[in-house]
Design a protein around this ligand. Structure first.
Ligand SMILES: C[S@@+](CC[C@H](N)C(=O)[O-])C[C@H]1O[C@@H](n2cnc3c(N)ncnc32)[C@H](O)[C@@H]1O
Length: 543
């Protein structure tokens, strides 16, 4: 990097090494007391120099090199306070929580710990919490939510739940559950390689430019991370560039586990052997080492927009528009019958089960609004560069060949029929076409807009209400398809507020329906009272 700080360190280290070599050559260092003292001083300086360079490299986020410097310093003095603190902080950043704890604990017993400006006990507590979190995935943001997002923003450890990467029928690889999982359970917590956020202006043209600048800054940040850390580069290279997805390797999930030795090995700077090949064009070697085009393609297909349909930014000022790359989350495929969703808190993404998930299921979230008819969903998936292969699309593909359904869709889109009539005809049609169970929910979700407008209109309900299924029946079958969906939740919450907020007997049932769906949207990490506060339903609940 060539900073002044590093240059001075390098120079000093060089002088010290020369002096040590000189002493060794004279073979006097063992016998001579004065030289032994001198060597001691020399070692002390060398230790301090390594320690200082480690600190500098830590600040530059060059963690692998910083750790090497710490180890050199600790080889000279394994109780060196400053180095122990520095190594502890680096390990914390590398998600090695137990090892970080051990380092910082050792530092905390040093007499210098008392006058130390940073809060060592705070770090130790954080390590302890992270060790538990990274094993259990249990996170609770209720206090933060209840404080109106004014308190300290929660910090998260990396967590990889009961999931694995396998070949997926949907396309390429996917993330799969390895056991039965309850709705609201956290499946994955991971920090972004990089994120970039902006507040979008109202002006459409200007907004487009702002988004372009956001994308450029984001790409720059990713490139920086890749240059700084071989492990990051390695992880990004496991992602799809969109080409030949079915022939891609399936990485082992352990690559993403925090606290493991395997990641430690990969974090080391292992030079590529091609670097030493004779007769190879230098540019060729460099290209293989750092392929900008490949990384750009990876970013195109794997970056996640934070406020997209199945993402939720949990904080007060969520007027931001953001993009980020979360490597393991990028293995999650899309489905129009999704079973997971994302919550974004600062640079972390938390993926949670938005319904009960069975062992062996493909974990999926919605890349786009799945409360839309097939033709719109097709368009949106093509914009993403793929043709959706989920079971709902397959079913609807077949059933849409029925002329009546096509005509109904046109009548709905062009407003040729009132929405009550659209809904009535759809329900009657489903009887005739022998559509049953979940498949009814597929079509109802595609006609969500029509159902919503019918249920919201007193006039239409007077006319059609008795001839169509009750709103609760429809909503349940839609939730069965789309899982914990924020749009459905909002409609239910508005309905509940209009009916007096759950004080009547019917209202209590409605409240339970909302709370259950809320768990699918926000997960178990937002407890009941906090969830009510978040939904604007008051916090006076004594149940
Ligand atoms: C973010 S990646 C998901 C992981 C990817 N399958 C892999 O092997 O790396 C998005 C890509 O996965 C594929 N994909 C995701 N969901 C799909 C779906 N429902 N149907 C078909 N292909 C899908 C598409 O090729 C899409 O561009």
């Amino acid at each position: 990097m060539g900073s002044d700080y590093e240059d001075t360190g390098e120079e000093m280290m060089h002088q010290l090494r020369s002096k040590a070599t000189e002493l060794l050559l004279r073979e006097e260092f063992k016998e001579s007391t004065s030289d032994s003292n001198h060597l001691q001083k020399l070692n002390k300086s060398l230790c301090l120099t390594f320690s200082n360079r480690a600190e500098g490299r830590f600040r530059l986020k060059e963690y692998a090199d910083a750790i090497k410097d710490c180890d050199q310093a600790l080889k000279i003095d394994d109780t060196h306070f400053k180095t122990l603190v520095c190594k502890g902080k680096i390990l914390l950043n590398l998600n090695k929580y137990s090892m970080a704890y051990d380092c910082l604990k050792k530092a905390s017993t040093d007499s210098q710990a008392r006058g130390f400006s940073e809060n060592l006990n705070g770090y130790l507590d954080l390590c302890k919490r992270f060790v538990i979190q990274s094993k259990t995935g249990v996170v609770d943001v209720s206090d933060w939510v209840l404080s109106g997002f004014k308190g300290i923003v929660p910090e998260f450890a990396e967590y990889v739940g009961a999931i694995e990467i396998k070949k997926s029928d949907l396309g390429g690889r996917g993330l799969f559950s390895t056991k039965n999982i309850d709705m609201g359970t956290v499946l994955l917590v991971t920090k972004a390689i990089a994120t970039e956020r902006v507040i979008l202006p109202n002006d459409e043209d200007y907004s487009e430019s702002v988004q372009l600048v956001m994308w450029k800054n984001f790409v720059d940040k990713v490139m920086e991370s890749v240059k700084r850390c071989d492990h990051t580069h390695h992880l990004i290279r496991t992602l799809s560039t969109g080409e030949d997805e079915n022939r891609l390797e399936v990485p082992n999930i352990s690559l993403f586990w925090p606290e493991t030795e395997e990641t430690e090995v990969l974090k080391e700077n292992v030079p590529n052997i091609s670097l030493f090949w004779p007769e190879t064009e230098e540019t060729e070697v460099l290209k293989e080492k750092f392929d900008v085009d490949k990384i750009l393609n990876v970013l195109d297909g794997n970056s996640i927009v934070e406020d997209s349909i199945s993402g939720k930014i949990l904080r007060k000022n969520s007027g931001y528009h953001g993009v980020g790359l979360w490597v393991l989350a990028s293995f999650i495929n899309h489905s129009c019958v999704p079973n997971a969703r994302r919550i974004h808190i600062r640079n972390h993404v938390i993926v949670l089960a938005s319904r009960d998930v069975k062992a062996g299921e493909d974990i999926t979230f919605a890349y786009f609004d799945v409360l839309s008819p097939l033709n719109k969903r097709r368009e949106m998936s093509m914009n993403w560069g793929f043709s959706c292969a989920c079971k709902r699309c397959k079913f609807e593909d077949e059933i849409w060949s029925r002329q009546e359904l096509g005509e109904l869709q046109v009548a709905f889109e062009e407003g040729l029929l009132d929405m009550g009539s659209v809904v009535f005809r759809l329900e009657e049609g489903m009887k005739k076409w022998v559509v049953r169970g979940k498949e009814k929910g597929y079509l109802r979700s595609s006609f969500w807009e029509a159902f919503l407008r019918a249920f919201e209109s007193e006039k239409l309900m007077k006319r059609w209400g008795r001839r169509i299924p009750a709103m609760e029946v429809i909503f349940d079958s839609i939730v069965d398809v789309v899982g914990g969906d924020e749009i459905v939740l909002k409609v239910l919450v508005e309905g509940l507020k209009r009916s007096g907020g759950g004080n009547s007997v019917g209202g209590t049932l409605e409240m339970e329906r909302v709370m259950k769906l809320g768990r699918g949207v926000y997960g178990k990490m937002v407890k009941r009272q906090a969830l009510k506060a978040l939904l604007g339903l008051g916090t006076h609940d004594h149940s």
